[in-house]
Structures are given as structure tokens and as C-alpha cells.
Design a protein around this ligand. Structure first.
Ligand code: FAD
Ligand code: SIN
Length: 541
């Protein structure tokens, strides 16, 4: 791959591709992605993008709904900025060729959906395949740009950082403070390349694969959070893992989401006996926020001992259901479930990481020249619980702002340090013949996170998880230094790191708020916990 890029973007979801398109006229861009370019969470997004287009909607209402959902931890200036920038960014997507669904008025107005926690219809969508339509359009634009090159099957291993202060002989840095690129493993040749870059952008998505059951695709292993933490960046709010209330419950359906838009169109959660139970938990009933809905289902399942609850939309006209949810309808049908005639069996699953690498309002981390955008970042928009369909919005707005800032930075960058970049240390030289260890550890982490660090937590369960993960971490470290790295080992190291950080953050927060619920502290405690949980790796200089 090219060794002299201005911008190194890690990830080909909505965040990475948008950033790349915006900076490409100012410099050369390399995008690395660990699988095929379209294999992203973005590609599977269903519901859509929340933004103010409705006749009866206003920025104030969208801001209010976001703050309410975030349960006290949203940064108000960020919420206001993102909400107000939304319509402009969505129009830009349309200019890039994204065809959103129009309403039936004949006036080419956008059709707007409703989801949990929203007081107005404001979800801009492309049927129930919103993410796929966005991903395809962005990839097409990126592929036709002469200044951008995509490297598929290239997995970033670690960031290359450098301490300006240590270099000058004054060891005042609490961590290395400058990012100069990344080490990247070319999966097909098994060769680790040193990729210097003036600006590096983490757009690596979420970490759903840390849990046994998740809506996320396999790429969601928290690599960006883990790399940034290892490099010394601040990470925040990792205890706030969002569980989506409704994933299809079927032995052969891996990770399939039943969009919240189904509840937005009138879908009702019922138990095996057909009883609608959400009114016991929230006055908004089935349109309650996700944290409430997921906990309600968890409670109902523990009470009844049943394997799943059901989402019923059979009272709506079959033609409407088929037209509004073509992908969900067809997928359910392929598993023998006709959602126009019978309720869909559903369970909650890990869906979204509200915390991440701490960034400012331009997506800048506290390591110079390192930006983080999309799900990997913690911007302050989501607080303790993300409002539905605010993620794609955040990714768009922050990719735009980070691009503007990065272009400003570019002029002032001195590339002197590139000459000093240490080559990759290959460490272990032997090929491992014990891949079973990797898959065993992987499985153990995902199970322990599901069982002990899930929707409902307790001090005892968290402590048990902490002890187990520390042992697994030791084993992985030995393995990591002894053998040649592979993409499986890189991902294992990253999910173990993110799992440990989630556990640490959850242990810190002695209250229940938003997505973090601990039975020992069932109440919210604004006096002590109206703040982010921030972690940084201790500096070993
Ligand atoms: P992603 O789209 O996940 O892209 C991450 C990229 O990083 C991938 O290309 C991956 O290969 C790459 N990568 C990761 N690690 C490395 C590495 N080490 N080296 C190289 N490349 C790497 N949000 C909404 O707002 N509305 C919705 O309707 C919605 N529906 C959803 C439905 C599903 C099933 C899921 C899973 C999520 C949904 N979300 C939705 C959440 C939203 O889709 C994601 O938060 C968002 O798409 C994340 O975008 P991203 O660009 O940050 O990351
Ligand atoms: C969904 O369609 O339910 C997912 C929306 C989101 O995650 O915001």
C-alpha cells in the first residue's frame, strides 16, 4: 500500500467514508478496512437517521428527546450542535446519491418514521434498508475519487504514537501525545506494514461482539477503542452498552434485528400468553426508550422462564407491513415466520456502544492528529442511553466537523518525525498451532460479558467478571508475544481489552442510570454520578 498518505482512515462505515470524501480534495487518502469494504454496521442499519424535517417538529423537540433519553449525561452544547446540523448533512447524503423513501403526498417530501423515545416522526429512511442504501452510495463516490484508495482485508494493529515532550528531553508527557499513523496487517500476505500519515482517523465502529448475543456484524470488536486506549488516549462511558430490545429469536437467525420502526408503526410487545406488558413499565408503553424496553423484556423473561417475548404487528394491513418492512418481512418469512399473520419471537441483544474514545466537538482526541468519528467516539451526544437513530446522525455530523478541522491542521504539520518511526517488531516468529486457544478465549469472554455484565448487573457479578477477564488477559498477552499475529488474535486482544474497560467502568459507577443498571444501587445519584466515567491507561514511559 501507499506509504505517503496525508489522511489514514481506519474503517469504511458511514463515518470513515464521509470523512474521506470531505478531505479528499485537500490531500491523499488511504482507507483501510479489515474485511470487504461494505462489511460494516452501517450496512445493516434499518430504522434510519433522526433529523428535523416534519411539519410539527422542531430542533427544540429533538434536543429535548435526546436529552431525556441520555438521562442526564448528554453534553447539551453537543446535542444542540448535532441536531441543528442534521438536515444539512442529510441533504448532502442525498446529493451523493442516497435515495431516501418519499411520502405519498406527491410533493417529494421525505417519509418520516417514528421510534422509541421520539415525540415526533423524524426518522428519515430508505425502507428498512437505510444503512445498505447509504453504504452503497458512499462507496460508489469514494471509489470514483482519484485521491482515495481503499485497502480491503487490511486490519490496523496499533497506532504509532510519539512523545514530543520526551523527544525534547523534558519528560512531562502523561502519555505519548502525537499520532503518526498505524501498523496495519495485510491479511492476505500476513505482513505488517508501517503506514505513516499526517492525520489518522479511527472510524472502526462498535464493540457488540464483546457479548454473546448481538445485533452487530463480526467486524464490531472494539478495535478503535482498544487501540486508542493502548496509545494513551482517554476513553469514557463504556459502561453504557445499549441492548436493542428486539432481535429475532430463532436458532438459525444470526444477529438479525427487528427494527424499532416496527414498534414505531404500532408493533406491540406481548408475552407468550398474548399479554401486552410495556404499560407496566412506562407511560409511553411500546414507544419507551430502549433501556426501559430491554430491561422490561429481561424482567419478563426472568419472571416467566420463557425463552423470548413477541412483537405483534398483525393488526396492521398486510400490504402496509410488506411495503414498509420488505427486508424484515422477507427475512422472517425465510425462517418460517409470516409477520403479517403471527407475532415475531424476539429477545434483547447488545447493539450499540454509547461510550468510546473521548473527543472534542471536532472529533479530536487528546492525542494530536488522532481523530475518532462514528460509533468508536464518545462525543457527549448520547449520554447514558442513545436515542434511536441518532447514531448515523452523529457519525455524519462529526465526520464533517473532523474533516474541516483536519484540513486546517494539515498545513501546519511537520513530517520530520516520520523518519524516526520504529518499524513493526514482529515479536513471536512461530506460527501458532493452537488456534483453539483463541476461539476458546473469545467464546469465554462473550459468555462472561453476557452473563455478568449484561442488562442487569450486580457488584458480585462484576467482580466475578473482573477476576475472570484478568486471567484471560494474561493468557492472551503471553500468546500475543509468543506467536505471529493474525487477525483473529488482534481481534481477541481487542475484545478482551474492551471487555475489561466495560467492567472497570461499570464497577466505578455506583448508581443506576440509563443503560447501566446495578441491583445494589437501583437509583440514580445525581449528587455523585452526574459525570462521565473516564479511563486512561497508566503511562509507562
Ligand atoms: P461501522 O459502520 O461499523 O464501520 C466500521 C468499519 O471499521 C468497518 O469497515 C470495519 O471493517 C472497520 N474496522 C474495524 N476495526 C478495524 C481495524 N482494526 N482495522 C481496519 N478496519 C477496521 N443507527 C442509527 O442511527 N439508525 C439505525 O437505523 C441503526 N440501525 C442499526 C441496525 C443494526 C443491525 C446495527 C448493528 C446498528 C444500527 N445502528 C443504527 C447503529 C449504526 O448503524 C452504527 O452505529 C453506525 O453505522 C456505525 O458507523 P461507523 O462508521 O462508526 O462504523
Ligand atoms: C432500529 O432500526 O431499530 C435501529 C435503530 C438504531 O439503532 O438507532
Amino acid at each position: 500500500m501507499r506509504y505517503d498518505v496525508d489522511f489514514l482512515v481506519i474503517g469504511t462505515g458511514i463515518a470513515g467514508l464521509t470523512f474521506a470524501l470531505k478531505v479528499a480534495e485537500f490531500g491523499r487518502v488511504a482507507i483501510v478496512t479489515k474485511k470487504d469494504a461494505a462489511e460494516t454496521s452501517t450496512n445493516y442499519a434499518q430504522g434510519g437517521i433522526a433529523s428535523v424535517f416534519g411539519q410539527f417538529d422542531s430542533f427544540e423537540l429533538h434536543i429535548r428527546d435526546t436529552l431525556e433519553s441520555g438521562d442526564g449525561l448528554c453534553k447539551e452544547a453537543v446535542v444542540e450542535m448535532v441536531v441543528k446540523d442534521g438536515p444539512k448533512r442529510i441533504r448532502e447524503l442525498m446529493d451523493w446519491g442516497v435515495a431516501f423513501t418519499r411520502d405519498h403526498s406527491g410533493e417529494l417530501k421525505l417519509d418520516l418514521g417514528l421510534e422509541g423515545g421520539h415525540s415526533q416522526k423524524r426518522i428519515v429512511h430508505a425502507g428498512d434498508l437505510t444503512g445498505h442504501v447509504i453504504e452503497q452510495a458512499l462507496l460508489e463516490c469514494v471509489r470514483s475519487h482519484s485521491n482515495i484508495e481503499i485497502f480491503e482485508n487490511h486490519i490496523a494493529v496499533d497506532l504509532i504514537t510519539y512523545s514530543t515532550r520526551v523527544k525534547r528531553g523534558v519528560v512531562t508527557a502523561a502519555h505519548e501525545d502525537l499520532c503518526c499513523g498505524a501498523y496495519v496487517l495485510a491479511v492476505n500476505t500476513n505482513e505488517v506494514q508501517t503506514v505513516p500519515a499526517k492525520i489518522t482517523v479511527l472510524a472502526t465502529g462498535g464493540a457488540g461482539k464483546v457479548y454473546l448475543y448481538t445485533s452487530n456484524p463480526d467486524i464490531a470488536t472494539g478495535d478503535g477503542i482498544s487501540m486508542a486506549y493502548r496509545a494513551g488516549a482517554l476513553v469514557a462511558n463504556l459502561e453504557f452498552v445499549q441492548f436493542h430490545p428486539t432481535c429475532l429469536y430463532h436458532p438459525e437467525a444470526k444477529n438479525f434485528l427487528i427494527s424499532e420502526a416496527v414498534r414505531g408503526e404500532g408493533g406491540i410487545l406481548i408475552d407468550l400468553q398474548g399479554r401486552a406488558f410495556m404499560e407496566d413499565y412506562d407511560p409511553k408503553k411500546d414507544l419507551a426508550c430502549r433501556d426501559v424496553a430491554a430491561r422490561a423484556i429481561d424482567f419478563e423473561l426472568k419472571k416467566s422462564g420463557d425463552d423470548c417475548v413477541f412483537l405483534d404487528i398483525t393488526h396492521k394491513a398486510p400490504d402496509f407491513v410488506r411495503e414498509r418492512f420488505p427486508n424484515i418481512y422477507q427475512t422472517c418469512l425465510s425462517f418460517g415466520i409470516d409477520m403479517t399473520k403471527e407475532p415475531i419471537p424476539v429477545v434483547p441483544a447488545a447493539h450499540y456502544m454509547c461510550g468510546g474514545v473521548l473527543v472534542d466537538m471536532d472529533g479530536q482526541t487528546d492525542i494530536e492528529r488522532l481523530y475518532t468519528v462514528g460509533e468508536t467516539a464518545c462525543t457527549g451526544l448520547h449520554g447514558a442511553n442513545r436515542l434511536a437513530s441518532n447514531s448515523l446522525l452523529e457519525a455524519l455530523v462529526y465526520a464533517h466537523r473532523a474533516a474541516e478541522q483536519a484540513v486546517k491542521d494539515l498545513g501546519s504539520i511537520n513530517t520530520e518525525v516520520f523518519g524516526d518511526l520504529p518499524p513493526w517488531d514482529p515479536m513471536g516468529t512461530t506460527d501458532s498451532d493452537e488456534t483453539i486457544v483463541v476461539s476458546h478465549n473469545w467464546d469465554e469472554i462473550r459468555r462472561l460479558m453476557w452473563n455478568y455484565v449484561g442488562i442487569v448487573r450486580s457488584d458480585k457479578r462484576l467482580l466475578r467478571a473482573k477476576n475472570r477477564i484478568e486471567n484471560i488477559q494474561k493468557e492472551i498477552q503471553e500468546y500475543y508475544w509468543d506467536f505471529k499475529i493474525t487477525s483473529d488474535l488482534i481481534e481477541l486482544r481487542n475484545i478482551a481489552m474492551v471487555a475489561e474497560l466495560i467492567i472497570q467502568s461499570a464497577m466505578l459507577r455506583k448508581e443506576s442510570r440509563g443503560l447501566h443498571y446495578n441491583i445494589q444501587y437501583p437509583e440514580k445519584d445525581d449528587r455523585f454520578w452526574l459525570k462521565d466515567s473516564v479511563l486512561r491507561q497508566p503511562f509507562v514511559g
